[in-house]
Write a protein that binds this ligand. Structure first.
Ligand code: TMP
Ligand code: ASP
Length: 239
């Protein structure tokens, strides 16, 4: 399906209209950013890798009964997706401590979190994506209480499915971020699910194969992303 006008230009992805008003094309660039865009680089081939990984995970989630916006691949670094109005929230699920929860609460990294924790952040670069309570979300009118409940339970369902998919690929899912949109009266899982938006460690070892390599200058980012894709594809073949 052909691209029409640009609907949204993000830091690393762009969203294009198509002749079908219910569908859009999401294009993954090779850019990578961290710290709300303060740190930037271009990694040739990254967009295609994330497109493939996202498509694979969205397909597996749909097979597990979790509706999402993915429709089909639309080229090496693009996907056709259902169009939705973005809720400006990042919904994070944590299975182990890492990243901002350690800084915020003074916790050691790599502690198990049982049951998994769901957090909401405001997608607002100017304010550095602050953590929000449901009362803040209501105050700011970013989503209704019913939408918050639905996002939290959907995020936990996604966690159950993703944890199994990654475990079969020899990877521990430490935490991840989801985004949701509204399409008609449906709450829809959108955006991407990839090593840019998940922390993935080699099973049993606190060794990142994800964007933490970029955030912390701790290794070859593309090599990590390639390994994630290879492991997912191999695990899928064994199934
Ligand atoms: P955090 O520990 O920095 O809060 O991140 C939690 C998870 O969310 C981690 O897997 C990275 C992901 N994430 C994004 O995908 N985008 C973001 O802007 C942030 C802050 C985190
Ligand atoms: N702050 C986010 C991260 O570090 C993304 C970004 O700033 O582009 O994952």
């Amino acid at each position: 399906m052909e691209k029409r006008e640009l609907l949204h230009q993000g830091k690393v992805k762009s969203v294009w209209a198509t002749p079908d008003p219910g569908l859009c094309i999401i294009e993954f660039s090779d850019a990578i950013t961290a710290g709300d865009g303060a740190k930037k680089a271009v990694l040739p081939g990254k967009g295609a890798l994330l497109n493939k990984i996202s498509a694979l995970l969205f397909t597996r989630l749909a097979e597990a009964g979790i509706a999402n916006h993915f429709v089909a691949l639309a080229g090496s670094a693009a996907m056709l997706a259902r169009r939705a109005r973005l809720l400006p929230l990042e919904v994070v699920v944590r299975n182990r401590t890492a990243g901002s929860i350690c800084r915020r609460l003074g916790l050691e990294p790599n502690l198990e979190i049982v049951p998994p924790l769901v957090e909401f952040f405001w997608k607002n670069d100017r304010l550095h994506d602050p953590l929000l309570t449901r009362e803040h979300i209501a105050l700011l009118q970013l989503a209704t209480p019913q939408q918050c409940d639905a996002m939290a339970s959907r995020a936990l369902a996604v966690n159950r499915v993703l944890k199994e998919i990654f475990a079969a690929a020899g990877l521990d899912l430490v935490d991840f971020k989801l985004e949701f949109g509204v399409a008609g009266d449906e709450l829809l899982l959108i955006d991407e699910i990839s090593p840019d938006t998940c922390r993935l460690w080699r099973a049993g070892a606190a060794e990142s194969l994800d964007k933490d390599r970029f955030r912390n200058d701790s290794g070859d980012v593309l090599e990590g992303y390639r390994e994630v894709l290879k492991r997912l594809e191999e695990a899928q073949c064994r199934n």
